[in-house]
Design a protein around this ligand. Sequence first.
Ligand code: 1GP
Length: 239
Amino acid sequence: MGEIYKQIITAKQQGKRLLAILLDPDKVEIDELEVLVEKIALSEATHIFIGGSLLFANRQDTIITLLKNKLTLPVLLFPGSASHITDLADGILFLSLISGRNPDYLIGQQVQAAPLLKKSKLEVVSTGYMLVESGKQTTVSYISGTTPIPNDKPEIALATALASEMIGHKMIYLEAGSGALHPVPLDMIRMVSQNIDIPLIVGGGIRSKAWMDQVYEAGATLVVIGTAFEKNNDFFSDL
Ligand code: 1GP
């Protein structure tokens, strides 16, 4: 078992709260990175996720190099496609978009990525990625051409998460999508977390400390914050 996954499993077993800050290379300007790094260093973040659906801007490598030079937190790729893989990070969320029925995001991109990952030093953490309806169409839903799970159907989320765990994924990521209008409902998080043994990641549309706490209490081991930090670099110091 790799070090990154070992840390996440241990946190789950000990009821510790993990926090990932998501940086989207298309939204982070290089000249603001120094300030972001200082804020991240002072925050309670335990992980950095880096990635996005598109990556128009060619600066992911520069950002990762800077982060690795200045911080000791593990940096995990959160890729939108196989072309986003870089060896500079510590690990990768090897995502399969299991809420959708698009074969390219279920196995196609993974087949393209696997030979590259085999040669890399990245720790590969296989993750069942579940998109949940959030009140508006999100980029990931549009780009992947998949329909999210209705947010009033926790039983569908549970069945999907159980299938993912039985297939052998090591984590579940319940995702409302970046900038979601409504985050993943707490009853859905609770139903999924109470019935799986693998760690649960929750993200999308989380904008307050109060909501973060409720998400942890509902059973998430790791919470992801992207947009709230992008919009307000003092988000974590304000907490
Ligand atoms: C998106 O879950 C992450 O993939 C974070 O979402 O940008 O809404 O915080 P936000």
